[in-house]
Structures are given as structure tokens and as C-alpha cells.
Design a protein around this ligand. Sequence first.
Ligand code: MG
Length: 263
Amino acid sequence: MIVYKTEAEIARMRDSARITGTILAELGGLIQPGLRTAELDAHAERRCREFGAKPAFKGYRGFPGSICVSINEEVIHGFPSSRKLRDGDLVSLDFGVLYGGYYGDAARTYPVGTVGPDALRLVRVAEESFENGLLRFVEGNHLSDISHAVQTVVESAGFSVIRSFVGHGIGQDLHEDPQLPNFGFPGRGPRIRKGLVLAIEPMIAAGRWEVDILSDGWTAVTRDRSLAAHFEETVALTDRGVEVLSRIQMTAGAPAGKELPHA
Ligand code: MG
């Protein structure tokens, strides 16, 4: 059952999504070769404490970290660890918080140091596919219009859409109805209406879409070990129109977090 949110609930979701986006942007600013992924996790935890928020993923079905860190062929759900980021890696960070009773959820893929043009293109296409999906997040459209718009961008770039994981509704639960695949025919599923809050999150691969789960029971990797990228925002259809709740307006100059001490 889809839980449509009132304007009062969406006001609270703006706060949780803004905290999510802020901390995620800070993590992005910390990324550099040699950084251990556990340091990103520690930073996220500390900032959650400072905001009075709870990391959404920690302990979720036993997940050990506050962030998901997925490197190169890892698509999602990688564990933070003592592993060091290396020049040329792609690192996907997925992060969410619970604040004021509501969840926020967002993800980005960042290049570490200097990465090749193909990897950069993959990252760009993940974001472009999100933006194209967002254009279909319009009252009266069908939910699968978003899915189809994402898929079209990804596949016309020669990449593939991960099939086994999907976007989702979000609110008082991290994962609510509806499920939102990143592929499919347009014109299917429920119609979009005001109060719908979604985590739209294309997960894409440079090669084929099949994934394996590693022996840790969580980390999803592309079966062909091709590079993967992930882009996610918490978005809402409100009285103001479409709002990307987790998007942070960065001020000119250094990204937030550059000036913050390492964890
Ligand atoms: Mg999500």
C-alpha cells in the first residue's frame, strides 16, 4: 500500500533528506586515494550524532555499517572496511538517515583521483538517467513511465540497468511501496499523485546486468565484473511541484566537508 504524505509530513521529510544529502556531500568531499572506507563510515556516524539523526542502514537486517561503500564492480551494499580507496577507483556511497520519524535516502558514485573516460561516462549516464526519470515524475503519469525513462538513457548509452534491485517509496519506513524498477514498459502501475515520495535510484553497469552476491551475504557485484554506478535522490510531489529533497545546493568553492577534520 502506498502511503501518500501530507504537506506536514513532507516538511519533516525535507529535514531528514537534507541531512542525508548534506552528510553525503561531505563524504564526497573527503574521497581521495588512500582513504579507508571505514573513515567515511566514522565520519557519517559522527555527523549523524551531531544532527541528532540515526544512520538508517546500521543494523538494518544486520547491515554492519552506517553507509554502503561499493567499489568498481560492486553495485550496492558493500561494507565499510579497512580497504583503502585507490587512484582510478569508482566508489559508490549510499546513505540514509532517520530523523524526526522519517527517512532520507541518497547515493552517488564518485571518481577517486583520476579515472578513465569510460568510467566517467558511466557515472554521468547514471545521473542523466535519474534526471530523465525525474522528468516523468509528474501528476497523472504512470509509475513505470519513470522506469522506462531511466532505462532508455542507460541502454542508449550502451550500458545496462541492474534488474535485481529497485527504487522505492520512502517515509516512516526506509523501504515503502511502491517498488520502482529502473526498467520496464511505460504506462504501467499506479498513477503518480501529490504526496508520493520516492527514492529514485538507477543502478547501472558498463557490461551486463546480472549480479552476484558475495559470501558476506550483502555485497552485490556485476557477474561480469564490469564497473557499476549508482545515483539516488529522495524526491516528492508536493504543493510546490517536484522537489528533490536530498539535493544540496553547494556554495561556490570547496565542497562542504573539505574543511572538516578526518574521522
Ligand atoms: Mg534506496
